[in-house]
Design a protein around this ligand. Sequence first.
Ligand code: SER
Length: 593
Amino acid sequence: MTSEQIREKFLEFFEKKGHKIVPSSSLIPDDPSVLLTTAGMQQFKRYYTAELDATADFGSQRTVSAQKCFRTSDIEETGDKTHLTFFEMLGNFSFGPVGSDNPEDFKTSGYFKRSSIFWSYEFITEILGIGVDRITVSVFKGDDATPFDEESYNIWHKELGIPKDKIILGSRVDNFWGPTGDEGPCGPCTEIYVDGVEIWNNVFNEYYKEKNGGFVKTENPGVDTGMGLERLTAMMQGVDDVFGTDIFQPLVAKVRESVSSEHDRVVRILADHLRASIFLIGDGIRPSNKEAGYILRRLLRRIMAYQIKYDIHADLFPESVEIIKNKFGKTYPELNETKKILEVLEDEKQKFQEAVGRGMKEIEKFKEIGGKEAFYLYETFGLPFELIKELAPKEAIENLYKEDFDKEFEKHQEISRSGAEKKFGGHGLLLDTGELKAGSEEEMKKVIRFHTATHLLQWALREVLGKDVRQMGSDINPERMRFDFSFSRKMTSEEIKKAEDLVNEKIKENLPVHFKEMLKNEAEKIGALSFFKAKYPETVKVYFIGPISPMGFLSAEFCGGPHVNWTSEIGKFKITKEEASSAGIRRIRATVL
Ligand code: SER
């Protein structure tokens, strides 16, 4: 059976039992408790709590879906035969009230443990044709907070005849699911194993976990089941490796063309990360330094780093995008936007390939890498900690611990802060670009926000108007900022809006702001912007916004500071006016809210 057939049969089977087939929701969840969609039930959360009415929206209290899911916790686990970051979850759902299972009652009545377990059993044994003797199950054994799920136990044992020794009594860790986030629907679950491999989880949402930790019985108990398509397909196709199924076959074959056969692990990591990244981009996620965007960036950096480490010269992106479209485009139409997806991949590649490449050369120079060295590699080349661990020779990282790296990170933050405080001491403060006056701590905080905003604005203007734009002066007071720059004509209102939006985007991404003491010529070499009128000493302070890498930093300026630590501290940025200042020089007035 192909994976397409399995997906189809699952949806059909439950459709016949009164379920409405609902398309997968986006990987960007509307549930703020998670960064990415991790389970099929998330798009239905508000139907369990009866905030929304399923009969009104779906014509049924039952739904079925194949849901795109992503589990961050598995990024570092990939490489073996079963772990995936992105996967598809087949699931059937019931929101209740529990009614009869006569077809004429399907529209308005949900179901609970009995129907759910019976149907799982029917699907596995009759539709998939798996022998009963291959099945074992687990049931929640109960604890102080919620009791033994005796009902499920009896259904398996007394009604379906599963022998006692094939029913495992599991604890909360394995047999109680949810909620996603701090609160929400949750309940005991019963898992189904075939040949010892877990394939299906039936969750019975009979509780609502409150923020304070208490479990409250829900009025209408719900059902939420989940079965990983990849694992199920592996089982049906008689392979023990999800990468050996038809799901991955074309992509794995492509990657294999350029990776030598002893590196199976690398082939799997690349196949997983390529597929996952393409799905993430398809749903509108873009690489950034924050949240979901950062997850995507991590995957892409890992791909590129492996390519460098294992000398894989093949251009994997264009062909992968085609392969994924051909395999999944029918089910997930957003994957047909190949041009757009490829553009995002290529753009990110350009940004990081050289940086990662240089960073890797640098790694090889170290005999031993501890927290300090790892932080240096992170700061200078944008290599994330985990990647350093992955790429460095084993001998070099014997004494490398995450805590040491974190300590370095914090220390660095403190240095940035104390730099600011020293300058802060008196009244008023001198910036490299002009005099900044403030009468109180409060006012000082405001002008510091403006100060970082000028750096972002200079970056944004250069993005919108071109790299000839340079800062010619600035004047800041607690009410507003003025920013003068070289440009020969009036900006259009679109350009103004675009610059403003770019600044706000970077504020939202909450990028770190940090400085480095550098030799003047080195700072110039990496492209840090200086203020042309000023005379600088041999050693200068360069302020960066965002992580540093030779190709990839966002903004770097010669500057004495002080600045905010994180861009989100700036608040909302608003351009209030654009006007002429003098010949060839424009002036922007702006404020922060
Ligand atoms: N929510 C459960 C899971 O993710 C069942 O769908 O395993």
